[in-house]
Design a protein around this ligand. Sequence first.
Ligand SMILES: CC(C)(COP(=O)(O)OP(=O)(O)OC[C@H]1O[C@@H](n2cnc3c(N)ncnc32)[C@H](O)[C@@H]1OP(=O)(O)O)[C@@H](O)C(=O)NCCC(=O)NCCS
Length: 154
Amino acid sequence: MSATYTIRLISASATYTVRNDVLRPGRPVTECYFAGDDSKGTFHLGLYKDENLIGVASFMKNSNPFFDPISQFQLRGMAILYKYKGQGLGSLLLKEGESKIKQEGHDPFLWFNARVNAIDFYKKHGYESFGQKFEVPGVCEHIVMFKHFESKNK
Ligand SMILES: CC(C)(COP(=O)(O)OP(=O)(O)OC[C@H]1O[C@@H](n2cnc3c(N)ncnc32)[C@H](O)[C@@H]1OP(=O)(O)O)[C@@H](O)C(=O)NCCC(=O)NCCS
């Protein structure tokens, strides 16, 4: 029987196991609680294979002062369990988040601090990098990436 993949809105706390496995392996789960997780305007997406959560991504209403658009979202905690990498599932999750933020007001815009080893994944989705690389202590080197969208509300 073939697997069914679904993307659902989930709570912040539901993201922690996948964040922990992929982004903070071997570290306390408390390191996977992000500022803004429960803020108004934040939404979390979960990708399920049948009933198993295998990927997560969080979209927070958070403005980066280097950018002008009024409807800024920050992507955080984008993660697909390692055994499911490279099957197009991260792309599905990202596109679903993009589709949702395009419905938010005018001039929708998504930015994030990308791990340098994921830069090419985001470039394939039309994101550009901004500024210099920087180290997130205890994690790895990152760089800011961003993309403007056409609003569905225009
Ligand atoms: C980065 C990540 C979310 C991508 O999800 P994924 O399901 O593996 O990616 P997809 O299969 O949808 O890949 C889409 C395309 O991007 C490419 N790609 C994916 N990850 C890549 C990477 N790290 N480097 C370069 N290219 C990558 C794929 O080869 C594919 O290319 P194609 O369209 O030419 O075939 C996932 O691999 C992951 O969770 N990695 C570990 C955690 C991480 O780095 N998260 C990002 C934090 S900023």
